[in-house]
Design a protein around this ligand. Structure first.
Ligand code: 5RP
Ligand code: CO
Length: 228
């Protein structure tokens, strides 16, 4: 049994998209080959920014068949996590740093029918997840401090991906590893080689001169990383 999905996934982050044309942006990434959409939900409390909420997720659900990956950067995620699944999210991830009751919130996401993920800020060690292995479907490693798109990748996260990959192999449990923040053509292959299965990219896709070509180029790099 492989512990990783068949092919690495690219999840363009709508945070960097044109919010006046979200339907078109979805169609563009879909036709370019993206198979997941990343949706950054921020509450202005856990992070210093406010973005998307439940009504927008409901709208996105009607506009695309792609899985919606909702990254909740909110305090007290248990209050809303199942509601995001009901609104149309397929994957819901919650921050380790925002929730003292991770086990309960992960169970609520799964019970609502979603894939449950835990997110770790750059400074939060992977060892904090050891006693939850089996209770989540994926781990999202932040490679920037959450709150804003367009920041620079923090290089030491690469080693964190490797260590999480080793932990997965040692435990033999098939969760997938996602990386979010500052992903670009410069680091995509290396991240996949280190063990990442899903890369989130905002600016590298939507702020590129040719976003469709950027998706294709990132997917190519990721494929090369998997083969290496
Ligand atoms: O969670 C996030 C920020 O908190 C975003 O998903 C992330 O920053 C993606 O944007 P970029 O690829 O431009 O860094
Ligand atoms: Co995100």
């Amino acid at each position: 049994m492989s512990l990783r999905p068949a092919a690495p996934l690219l999840a363009p982050s709508l945070l960097s998209a044109d919010f006046t044309r979200l339907g078109e942006e979805l169609r563009m990434i879909e036709s370019a080959g993206a198979r997941v959409v990343h949706v950054d939900v921020m509450d202005g409390r856990f992070v210093p920014n406010i973005t998307i909420g439940l009504p927008v997720v409901e709208g996105l659900r009607k506009a695309t068949a792609l899985p919606l990956d909702c990254h909740l950067m909110i305090l007290e995620p248990l209050r809303y996590a199942a509601d995001f699944v009901k609104a149309g999210a397929d994957w819901v991830s919650i921050h380790q740093e925002a929730d003292p009751h991770l086990h309960r919130t992960l169970a609520a996401i799964r019970q609502a029918g979603g894939k449950a993920g835990v997110v770790l800020n750059p400074g939060t060690p992977i060892e904090t997840l050891v006693d939850l292995v089996g209770d989540f479907d994926f781990v999202l490693l932040m490679s920037v401090n959450p709150g804003f798109g367009g920041q620079s990748f923090i290089p030491r996260v690469l080693d964190k991906v490797k260590r999480l990959n080793a932990l997965r192999a040692a435990r033999g449990v098939p969760f997938f590893i996602q990386v979010d923040g500052g992903v670009s053509l410069k680091n995509a292959a290396e991240l996949v080689r280190a063990g990442a299965d899903c890369l989130v990219a905002g600016n590298a896709v939507f702020k590129a001169e040719d976003p469709k070509a950027a998706v294709a180029a990132l997917l190519r790099e990721m494929g090369a990383g998997r083969q290496a």
